[in-house]
Design a protein around this ligand. Structure first.
Ligand code: FES
Length: 214
């Protein structure tokens, strides 16, 4: 999978998603467009560096999800809490989430997790690249310097989810930099008028061509 984008990131799409693709994503067709800086239900617009990966060739697929429907991960309770042990020491323990931190959607035959951190919307593969943990029960946080980081709930590996990160760092595991597991990042853009999130792929999934409604 590819990368993510900040809300308002200029992600250009040159070709529309097909009707079949729209149908498979479960959302109304969304004409391809070039996203322009936008604001999210009262949040200020974020300006982001241009896409370095040549997103102009991405096919945009509608998700049917509005950005302001996504929980703001910046407002969620932390996944760690301090706890006293019986010996009086303090330790940090992980808190298991019971509610998803974003919306999982099926787009272009891929399970994609849409996440929001304040006015930034990012899209990632829904499963952890390590051992397929459910990232919707993990965490999305902003690191000093503005980077975004996704934490898996299973082994707490942290992955860079910054859209503008250099290619060699995009999706990399921050906990184990030499690990081969790399987070799937999907370009995401928000329609400035409707607030609907679309995600981009380089090509349509092969399975879509075999769909009866194609
Ligand atoms: S399954 Fe995600 S860190 Fe291990």
């Amino acid at each position: 999978m590819a990368e993510t984008s900040d809300l308002g990131l200029s992600v250009a799409a040159t070709a529309p998603a097909s009707p079949a693709a729209s149908a498979r994503s479960g959302a109304a067709p969304n004409p391809a467009r070039t996203a322009t800086p936008s604001s999210l239900a009262g949040a200020s617009a974020a300006s982001s560096p241009p896409d370095e990966r040549g997103a102009a060739t991405e096919l945009l697929f509608p998700t049917g999800v509005r950005a302001d429907e996504l929980p703001d991960c910046a407002q969620l309770p932390p996944v760690r809490k301090r706890q006293f042990t019986v010996t009086g020491h303090v330790r940090e323990v992980r808190v298991r989430r019971t509610a998803p931190i974003g919306r999982r959607v099926r787009v272009n035959e891929r399970d994609v997790l849409l996440l929001r951190h304040r006015d930034r919307v990012v899209a990632v593969g829904a499963s952890c690249p390590h051992q397929a943990g459910d990232l919707s029960l993990g965490d999305l946080e902003e690191l000093p310097g503005g980077s975004l980081c996704v934490t898996c709930p299973v082994h707490a590996w942290r992955f860079d989810a910054t859209p503008s990160a250099p290619p060699e760092w995009r999706g990399r595991c921050l906990s184990h930099p030499h690990a081969e597991a790399v987070l799937d990042l999907v370009p995401a853009t928000v329609d400035p008028d409707s607030g609907l999130v679309s995600v981009g792929f380089k090509s349509m999934a092969r399975e879509l061509f075999a769909a009866p409604d194609f």
